[in-house]
Design a protein around this ligand. Structure first.
Ligand SMILES: NC(=O)c1ccc[n+]([C@@H]2O[C@H](COP(=O)([O-])OP(=O)(O)OC[C@H]3O[C@@H](n4cnc5c(N)ncnc54)[C@H](O)[C@@H]3O)[C@@H](O)[C@H]2O)c1
Length: 346
């Protein structure tokens, strides 16, 4: 089996999450790690036994032993880096949100759809076996429909506050993590988002004026389902990871392994049916499945899988969260459906 030469750009917290699972992957040869800050790249090279490190990713693009570039930098740099990597014939795994603006995201979709090299965006929940299991349960009709989707991701990121602040200067928390959960709502229901509304609050003096570190968006979908996503990053926040899906025939709740008294059992999926039956399913889970996501990229390369359906879905998730952010700032609901033809034409 071919081992792929891999370079990571962005030696921060998500870069570490990628390398935690990939540095020992049997099909990975870690050729190099890159960061604008030399000290970070040097430290990552030691920690993950990379063959080299640098501050300029371009040095790696002319090398024939580099097959794949993982981009784990901030959204505003995703398009520039992806464009250069694809043009150099490298396959790319780029973190979400796919870009810093919708115009840039549209260009990402165009590049990923027309390039001979493959482009995968890091929507990790698509590769998470717990979310895949719940998606299958909902699709099987277990809780009926239409459904209500209740999703929160609230955290007190004291140790990584500076990196969260750097991200907040580019995107709101609603956009940054909301792309995962808007994608989940469309993936679980197979329905389209009709409208989005929301509110936000600036609760911390570190947050740029005019922005917010707590926000909520609520969505109406074309099958009659509804959902909310609530995001908060801040010193006064307590961790909350509510993930619940309620239908006329029952409800499903996911409890993450990290919130369980018995984390060794993995994630917990509880199903409560309207006839009184309950089920508890443990799904093995240790860490974010960046290895399964990487394996999917290898399948894209080796089986020539079409990148377009996922690229369109991730563009749409970004579009809805950006409209949600606008709904928060303009304090009014926004219809989302009228923009669809633009996407399906890609
Ligand atoms: N998929 C997920 O579950 C998940 C989770 C967290 C973060 N993310 C995403 O990962 C990305 C990075 O977030 P993070 O939390 O790791 O940030 P971070 O601040 O921890 O790390 C980013 C790193 O990139 C470096 N960098 C920035 N621009 C660069 C460039 N042009 N060239 C080289 N290095 C550059 C910075 O110096 C920094 O070390 C964001 O898009 C974020 O939304 C995804």
């Amino acid at each position: 089996m071919k081992a792929y030469g891999v370079v990571l750009i962005g030696c921060g917290s998500m870069g570490a999450t990628h390398l935690d699972t990939l540095h020992a992957h049997p099909r990975v040869r870690l050729v190099g790690v890159v960061d604008l800050m030399a000290e970070k790249a040097n430290r990552f090279a030691d920690r993950y036994e990379a063959e080299s490190w640098g501050t300029d990713y371009r040095c790696y693009l002319t090398r024939s032993d580099v097959d794949i570039v993982i981009i784990a930098t901030y959204p505003s740099s995703h398009l520039v880096l992806t464009r250069e990597c694809l043009a150099a014939g490298k396959h790319v795994l780029c973190e979400k949100p796919m870009a810093g603006s919708l115009q840039e995201a549209a260009e990402m979709v165009r590049l990923g759809s027309s390039s001979r090299s493959k482009l995968l965006i890091g929507h990790i929940l698509r590769h998470n076996t717990t979310y895949q299991f719940v998606r299958d349960l909902i699709h099987s009709g277990a809780i009926g429909g239409p459904i209500v989707m209740r999703m929160s991701q609230i955290k007190n990121p004291a140790a990584t506050w500076n990196s969260h602040l750097a991200l907040l200067h580019e995107v709101s928390p609603i956009v940054d993590c909301g792309v995962h959960y808007v994608d989940v709502m469309r993936w679980f229901t197979g329905a389209e988002v009709l409208s989005v509304s929301g509110f936000g609050q600036r609760l911390d003096p570190d947050i740029p004026v005019g922005s917010y570190n707590y926000g909520m968006i609520s969505l109406k979908l074309s099958d009659g389902s509804v959902g909310f996503y609530e995001a908060g990053w801040g010193h006064t926040m307590a961790t909350d990871n509510l993930k619940e899906f309620v239908g006329p025939l029952g409800r499903i709740r996911i409890t993450y392994q990290s919130h369980r008294a018995t984390p060794e059992l993995g994630n917990l999926v509880e199903v409560h049916y309207s006839d009184g039956r309950t089920e508890e399913i443990n799904i093995p889970f240790e860490a974010k499945p960046t290895d399964l996501q990487f394996d999917y990229l290898l399948r894209m390369i080796e089986e020539q899988l079409d990148p377009k359906p996922m690229l369109r879905d991730f563009y749409r998730a970004l579009e809805v969260t950006i409209l949600g952010d606008r709904a928060i700032h303009e304090e009014k609901p926004i219809h989302c459906l009228d923009r669809l033809p633009e996407i399906v034409n890609f």
